[in-house]
Every structure is written in C-alpha cells, then in structure tokens.
Design a protein around this ligand. Sequence first.
Ligand SMILES: O=C(O)C(=O)C[C@]1(C(=O)O)C=C[C@@H](O)C=C1
Length: 363
Amino acid sequence: MSETPVNLDELRNRIDAIDTEILRLISERATCAQTVAQVKTAEDPHAVFYRPEREAQVLRRIMALNAGPLDSEEMARLFREIMSACLALEQPVKVAYLGPEGTFTQQAALKHFGESAKSLPMAAIDEVFREVEAGAANYGVVPVENSTEGVVNHTLDSFMDSSMKISGEVVLRIHHHLLVSSTTRQDKISRIYSHPQSFAQCRKWLDAHYPQAERVPVSSNAEAARLVKTEWHSAAIAGDMAAKLYGLDKIAEKIEDRPDNSTRFLIIGHESVPMSGDDKTSLVVAMRNQPGALHDLLEPFHRHQIDLTRLETRPSRTGAWNYVFFIDFKGHIDQPVVVAMLEEVRLRAAEVKVLGSYPQGVL
Ligand SMILES: O=C(O)C(=O)C[C@]1(C(=O)O)C=C[C@@H](O)C=C1
C-alpha cells in the first residue's frame, strides 16, 4: 500500500490522479451504455431504454458493496446521477410531474430519474396522466400517500380511468420550512401561505409559534413561495426546492409535526417492468356488495403468505359495484405464488386490474 501523503499539495495531487481515473471509468461506462442502446435497438426497433428493474439492481448492489466512508445512500445518489447521464445518452427521457416547479413532486422526479431527465410541470394530476398517455412525456410522477395525511384521492381516481401502468415508487422525506423574502418584516408576519396538506402537517408548530397569523391555503407549496416574494408581511411553508427556486430565507427549519413525515410517489408509464428481485404490485379490485366480501378478498393473500403493504377503499363511480379496493403487496406478477393467488382473487372479485409490478423504492 502506498503511504498516505501528509501535505496539502501531495493530497491534491493524489485527488487529481483519482479524478483522472474516475473520469476515465465514467466515460468507459457511458460508452458501454451507448453499446447497450445499439443492442436494444437491434433486438427491437421500438426498444425501451429506461429499465427500472435494472436501475434498482444497480443501486442496490452499490449500496451493498459500499464500505464507507460515504454512506450508502450518498453513494447510491452519485450512481443515480451517473446512470441518469448514461440513460440520457441512450435516449433523453421526458418526465411529467405535478407542478409547478419547486414542488415536492419535482423533487421526487429528480430523486428517481436524476438531473439528466427533462422534467415537465403539469397543473393537475390528471394532466400528468394525459401527458403520458398521449406520449408527450415518457413517464409521469404523482403523489399517492403521505404518512401524516393519508391517501391522495385524485391519484387513485385517475388510475381507475386510465390504462397507465405503475413502473416505480419513490419515497421522499418531507421537510417543511417557514420561508420569507429579504424584504419581509419578520416581526410582522400576519399571513402564511401553503398547500392545505402542508398546513395539516405543521398544525401544532403553527399553533405554538404563529397562532394569530392568517393561514391562506393555495394550490401548491411552490405557489406559496412565489406569493411571498412580493409581500413584506407574509411567509410561506414550503420545501427546499421552492426556497431555492424563489431565493427565500428559512427562518424556521423542519417545522413538520412528525419527524418521520414522508410522501410516497408513483412513477407511471406504458411498459410492464420485469422482476428486480425486490418488487411490489398494485391492484384495483372491484367487489360485489355482499357480507364477508373483504374477508373473501383478503383470504388468498393470507393463505399464500403474501405481505399486504396497503389497502385503501374508494367509492365506486360506476354504480356497478359498491367497493373498489386499492391493494399493494410485496411480490411480482411473474412469480408463481402471485399468479396462483391472483387467480383465486379473480374468482371472488367482480373485476381485478393490475396497475403494475415494480421495484420497491431504493433511495
Ligand atoms: O442496462 C441497461 O439496460 C442500460 O441501459 C444501462 C443503464 C445504466 O446506465 O446502467 C442505463 C439506463 C437503464 O435505465 C438501465 C441501466
């Protein structure tokens, strides 16, 4: 082993040499990805370049191999960006998300696809679905549930009417901050803007610190941040992306009432995703209104020892059945045990729609 250099010049020379090597290796990797693209195109002229199951495997492997000193999530984030750049060389990916710019959904899109994907803000969840359905974007990102506030009904409803498949999930820790502009009189804050969900997630903190301020609900956190730019007596509750986008200062950080506050987002697209080795499946099941319907539906999951991770009920809008259940479980539809279980569920339900099998969120 070479001796550890001790002076700054020597250390910097060593870093330069390491960077040269990293540069060479990243370029070699990128060239390899270009060849992968040629192989995919030769096999199928309509080849799909983005492969979520492979990306999940690459990131999991890096996390398992990592021995520090950087922590595994940090290391995986670096590889996330390398893969994002490699994929952009194969085919630039367009991702529609629930906007405007600066929302947590944009942050989730970046976390999942990396900085090299082109992200397109949409004004509403059903617009994200439409954009992907029409082919104007390759993939979409929509919020589906928050650990404090529960399910995002618009997203579940959009799935009922859509042929879109779920190709991935991202879980984001949600940190809210109280933001002001450089002209805000901090001792005179009389109005606070935010999205209703964010108000709900910071309720106790607001009651304790700003009981008198008017709480004004707006369509997104980013919109709240935009409004504050021009009002000297107002503040906004929003996240880091919105703060950065509008150049606001954080006067209180991480003001969410629950420290584990997180939101789960789904990635939607046209393709089915092969097994990654650690997958989840989402279903919509319509049941007839009869006693014991829910028990009948869940019994095959229990018998086949399939791990349910979420069960949501939504009122049916067709009138044909009374219950519609959204079910997430661990496993992939290509696994024999899942095939067997689903066959039984189909016999008991009025309708079963598989929304997709996809890798469990890695980062
Ligand atoms: O393995 C592939 O199919 C690739 O295209 C390579 C690669 C990568 O950079 O590792 C790039 C994009 C895909 O989404 C998955 C992986």
